[in-house]
Design a protein around this ligand. Structure first.
Ligand SMILES: NC(=O)c1ccc[n+]([C@@H]2O[C@H](COP(=O)([O-])OP(=O)(O)OC[C@H]3O[C@@H](n4cnc5c(N)ncnc54)[C@H](OP(=O)(O)O)[C@@H]3O)[C@@H](O)[C@H]2O)c1
Length: 250
């Protein structure tokens, strides 16, 4: 099969490219760095020629409200239009568990806009909702940092290692479109403030985590269940304990 991975140079993209190539598929890692840009349309027609499946794993370079909305709307429209012309048979995108519950956040409004464009496009599709990547814990800590302390909600999280996400994206690429959303999560549930405190301690980071139910998660107030899936998600195998020694960005 010919598979184009938009954002194929990113964290999940590069691991998914590797897995599908190992299985013998023709895979294009498409991104601005490889000459394919879903904002300008550069290189898209050539990359999509004869393509069966497109996996969209791009992310916005900026998380600022307007910039991120412009990114996912423009990228989504440009990509879906080009796929229709090329006769692509399955469009796959990676979004976030709870996106519909996090609409106080500009980032999650943009992810919902991306999902809405896909559902309205008429393309056969699968949307994968993932919980937070373990690799994103450092970014979450950064987002809540004020001076020497990190203000974070004690809401539940169930983070998943990027290797488990890439395994799931690989399986979805080789399966038929579900024309709906499937959810994936890590094997263990904990409280966000506790997990980040554990992560910072393990990396020798002196910042102190302050649990705060009013602390915003990229602009959104969290309830206990906002970031976790109760829809029977596919579970990854890698625990935080297994992931940390080999993969944490210290
Ligand atoms: N972080 C989380 O916890 C989490 C949880 C669930 C879902 N997600 C979703 O997972 C997806 C992938 O995230 P990630 O962390 O793997 O991303 P990432 O490592 O930040 O990589 C982003 C990719 O997007 C590409 N890109 C940027 N602008 C582009 C453009 N104009 N045209 C085409 N490609 C472009 C980049 O290409 P260059 O290398 O060429 O710049 C890069 O390959 C995102 O959609 C995100 O919303 C994230």
């Amino acid at each position: 099969m010919k598979i184009v991975i938009i954002g194929g140079t990113g964290l999940i993209g590069s691991k998914t490219v590797e897995r599908l190539r190992r299985l013998g598929h023709e895979v294009i890692a498409a991104s601005p760095n490889t000459g394919v840009n879903t904002i300008t349309g550069e290189g898209l027609t050539e990359a999509l020629e004869g393509t069966d499946v497109v996996i969209d794993l791009a992310n916005s370079p900026s998380f600022e409200d307007k910039a991120v909305m412009d990114f996912f709307e423009t990228s989504g429209r440009t990509l879906l239009a080009a796929e229709k012309i090329a006769g692509v048979k399955h469009h796959i995108a990676l979004s976030v568990v709870g996106t519909e519950r996090l609409q106080e956040s500009g980032y999650f409004r943009a992810k919902l806009a991306q999902e809405t464009l896909i559902k309205a496009s008429g393309m056969p599709y699968t949307i994968v909702h993932s919980t937070q990547f373990m690799e994103f814990l450092s970014g979450i800590a950064q987002s809540g940092t004020v001076g020497d302390s990190v203000h974070l909600s004690p809401a539940f999280v169930q983070p998943i290692a990027s290797d488990d996400v890439a395994d799931a994206m690989t399986d979805v690429a080789l399966a038929a479109p579900v024309n709906g959303t499937i959810e994936i999560a890590g094997p263990e549930r904990s409280r966000l403030s506790d997990l980040v405190a554990r992560y910072l301690k393990a990396t020798g980071d002196a910042r102190t985590v302050v649990p705060d139910t009013e602390a915003r998660y990229f602009g959104a107030r969290l309830e206990d269940g906002s970031l976790v899936s109760d829809n029977g998600p596919r579970l990854g195998k890698i625990t935080f304990e297994q992931w940390f020694p080999t993969s944490a960005r210290k």
